[in-house]
Design a protein around this ligand. Sequence first.
Ligand SMILES: CC(C)(COP(=O)(O)OP(=O)(O)OC[C@H]1O[C@@H](n2cnc3c(N)ncnc32)[C@H](O)[C@@H]1OP(=O)(O)O)[C@@H](O)C(=O)NCCC(=O)NCCS
Length: 167
Amino acid sequence: MMIRIAGLDDFSAVEALLGRSYPAMMATAYEERVLARALPFMTKAKVELLTSGTFYIVEDEGHVVGCGGWTSGAPGSGESVEGLAHLRHFAVDPARARHGIGRSIFTQCARTASAEGAVRFQAFSGLNAEPFYARMGLVRLKVVSIPMGSDVAFPSVLMEGPVGGRP
Ligand SMILES: CC(C)(COP(=O)(O)OP(=O)(O)OC[C@H]1O[C@@H](n2cnc3c(N)ncnc32)[C@H](O)[C@@H]1OP(=O)(O)O)[C@@H](O)C(=O)NCCC(=O)NCCS
């Protein structure tokens, strides 16, 4: 397995991974009708992330099995606060869950974000992913409802913690 910076050429593979990961892993925490409305928005690969230089892919024998990264701008608003970085679009192939892929992406993010001066991470976590981010040292700040399109609100958890992970 190897981790590398993603690029625009990875657009289709990342979108396919999001399409495999989110529906399967989120089904444990959300009602089917909520997922049916929200997933078409959430499983779109983002050019902004693929060209950021801080979005990573984990490959195993040429297959993309994980992705995730960070940005200094907040998702949506793009607002930057000194020392704060935002974890973005983490996804692992459901067939490869709980094998440390998410942790390896977090570690890579921590290394590169701290090298650029970040000391805190924030993440909008799905309800399903809260135990993962908690294990990475983030704590729940509040539950938020993220608008998806004109008529869907997706319950998520805003989490924050030290870039260095759990002490
Ligand atoms: C969240 C996600 C990226 C985690 O990836 P992963 O590779 O399965 O996570 P790891 O194996 O690195 O887990 C590291 C630790 O986090 C914790 N953890 C991870 N998933 C967990 C779960 N479902 N329940 C409880 N703890 C969990 C565990 O402590 C785990 O260590 P352990 O397996 O030794 O006990 C993955 O579950 C996923 O892709 N989810 C769907 C997409 C998603 O919700 N993304 C988040 C953005 S909203």
